[in-house]
Structures are given as C-alpha cells and as structure tokens.
Write a new protein. Structure first.
Length: 268
C-alpha cells in the first residue's frame, strides 16, 4: 500500500512540475526546468514560507499545498510580475498563485485520463500543519538563476484518491442455470401474459444520408416482393408467416406457415 501511495503522489507531482515549467518559461521568457527530486535543498530555505492551496474535486478529492520560501522566489516573482521588486510582497504572491492556477490546466489534462475528470481550485493559504501529509520535493531551475526548492504536501484524502485500490479477492461464484419452463408445468403460469407481436411486410437498410433526406412523398423500396409472405415477429423472431388481409377495416394476417412449433419458443 505504501508503494502505491508513493507512486500516486509522484505521478501527480511530476505532472504538476512539467506543467509549472511550461508556465514559468512562457511568462518569464526564460527556459525553466521543474522536476521531482529525492531530497529537498534545505540550505537555501531562509525566512518565512509562502503557501498555495490546490483543492482537487471531482473523481478524486483532496488538497495539495505548494510551499515556496520567500527569499528564494523573490527574483522569480519579479520576473512573473514584469518589474523588479525589492522584496517578496503581495504582488509576488499573486503572481505565483496565478502561475500555479495556469499550471493546473496541464495537470488536469494529465490526471483526468487516469483517474476521471477533476477540477482544481487555487488560492493562497496562511500556513499549513504538515502532520501526516505526504511530502514530495521539487526543484525548479532556470537558465540564468539559482535553483528554487519547492515542496508539495499531499493530504491523506488526495493520496488515497490517487492510489489504485487493490480489489478484495472473492471466492468464485458458480452460476446456476435458471429453471426450465416446461409446457406441462410452469408454462401454464404465464398463459395470460400479453405479448406484443409485429407484422413485417419487408425491410430495407438505408445509409444515414438517405434517412435524413426522407420527406413527405418519399418512396422506400423494401426487400420483399408483392407475393412474398408477410412475417409475424415476437421479440424480433419470426414465429409465423402468412397473407395480409383486411378485418373490419384493420390489417390482419391469415397464417399459412409456422416455421417452428410454437411451444419451442418458450421451452427447452
């Protein structure tokens, strides 16, 4: 179970990293590479952290928090805003939150085919309580800057939702054949059941194009000749053939042929 949870969070983290790298590259004009790493670089983590919450809903539900350290991402924030800023402030925070929101588009596209359709809501968060959360470190590197260490915190609900569940083994169940209906036994119980029968003069296979072109006055040629017998159908099966007649102003059928004994349709 531990391995499945690790693979699930790693898959989510890798998809997020790839999408985030594309967003950073597009918005800063500098090539970025973001990837999951085994160990975070904690040596550069000074000052206070900044957190963004990703709330996942839909086929999978849970929360993932993205943690930056303000001293590390001040330069990145300035690039995203498009102007130099002396220190990390609200503009940096809003620019990073917006970038992460854009990165969720690619993340959703990667996760949904595997786990079902999801949505992700992004907002800044005032601190987190890591507790039992699973942590996946990321490293973001640009062509002309120092690496930025990012931590992803997965809550239990999200990890469980992303993890493939091993189905519980069940003993094989022997299929029992339904009791046979016999003419002298159970068949008598359904003698008063009403059934719909259909009279078929003929049929024709038409392409959709010709069906859409049908209108008042259209003529469709059937596959039966005028002197061919008319078929009586029960549940799509021919149970009798005969001649079409008129009875008190209504169509009727004079049976001339029974292809199979009628009771064979119900007994075996």
């Amino acid at each position: 179970m531990e391995n499945r949870n690790s693979e699930a969070s790693q898959f989510f983290a890798t998809a997020f990293a790839e999408s985030l790298a594309e967003v950073f590259t597009e918005r800063t004009g500098t090539a970025w590479k973001v990837e999951a790493v085994e160990q975070p670089n904690l040596s550069t983590r000074r000052g206070s952290p900044f957190h963004v919450r990703m709330t996942v809903d839909g086929a999978v539900r849970g929360e993932c928090f993205v943690e930056f350290y303000r001293s590390e991402v001040a330069q990145l924030g300035s690039s995203l805003v498009g102007k130099p800023l002396a220190a990390f402030d609200q503009e940096h925070a809003e620019a990073l939150t917006t970038a992460i929101s854009s990165a969720t588009i690619g993340l959703i596209a990667a996760v949904s085919p595997e786990h079902g359709l999801i949505t992700i809501q992004v907002e800044s968060a005032n601190g987190i309580a890591p507790g039992a959360m699973r942590i996946v470190p990321l490293s973001a590197t640009s062509e002309d800057g120092e690496p930025v260490s990012i931590l992803l915190y997965f809550n239990t609900a999200l990890v469980d939702g992303l993890s493939p569940q091993k189905p519980a083994s069940k003993p094989p169940v022997e299929k029992q054949a339904p009791p046979a209906i016999t003419q002298d036994g159970n068949l008598k119980l359904v003698m008063d059941v009403e059934l719909n029968v259909t009279l078929r003069f003929g049929q024709r296979h038409l392409p959709l194009r010709e069906v859409l072109e049908l209108g008042s006055g259209s003529v469709i040629e059937l596959d039966h000749q005028v002197d061919d017998p008319v078929e009586l159908l029960l549940d799509g099966k021919v149970i009798a053939r005969g001649e079409a007649v008129i009875v008190d102003g209504n169509y009727g059928l004079r049976v001339t042929e029974i292809p199979h004994p009628m009771t064979s349709q119900f007994t075996r």
